[in-house]
Design a protein around this ligand. Structure first.
Ligand SMILES: [Cu+2]
Length: 157
């Protein structure tokens, strides 16, 4: 159908946007305007957010008043900081979420973790919202990407 050929650029544009969305990821300033500090509810901050592989966390604070340690679930619960050579301390620490799973971060300054300076999040596969994971249906970003292209090719030709 020659009359439908004009749809091809549209299909490619949609595919490009899909691909860019998958590849780029989102950036989250931990604590937003408050930044990384004590007496802030980071679980409430994270609650309405869905973190994906490729997204970036930015911990902003005045160094050396605070710092950032990536820890495991036990160290998170008990506020135990790892050895200081694992410390991030620039005051503008960027962490790219490279793999799916749970992540825990705390401040290692004495008393700060106990004062609420701790963040626990779950990182999902690209474009896999928790709702579909709960239902047991899981698509990778590339599966969605190629399915979208296949769909667009079908409706275009
Ligand atoms: Cu601190």
């Amino acid at each position: 159908m020659a009359s439908n050929y004009h749809q091809v650029p549209v299909a490619l544009a949609v595919a490009a946007v899909l691909f860019a969305t998958i590849a780029m990821g989102a950036e989250y300033i931990v604590g937003d305007d408050e930044g990384w500090t004590i007496n802030f509810d980071y679980q409430a901050w994270a609650k309405d957010k869905v973190f994906h592989v490729g997204d970036k966390l930015v911990f902003k604070y005045t160094a050396p008043d605070h710092n950032v340690f990536k820890v495991n679930g036990t160290a998170f619960k008990d506020c135990i900081a790892p050895p200081s050579n694992e410390r991030l301390s620039s005051g503008n620490d960027e962490i790219v979420l490279a793999t799916p799973g749970n992540r825990w971060y705390i401040c290692g300054v004495s008393g700060h973790c106990d004062a609420g300076q701790k963040l626990a999040i779950t990182v999902w596969d690209p474009q896999t919202p928790p709702s579909s994971a709960v239902r047991g249906i899981s698509f990778s970003g590339y599966q969605v990407f190629f399915a979208a292209i296949a769909f667009l090719v079908i409706i275009t030709v």
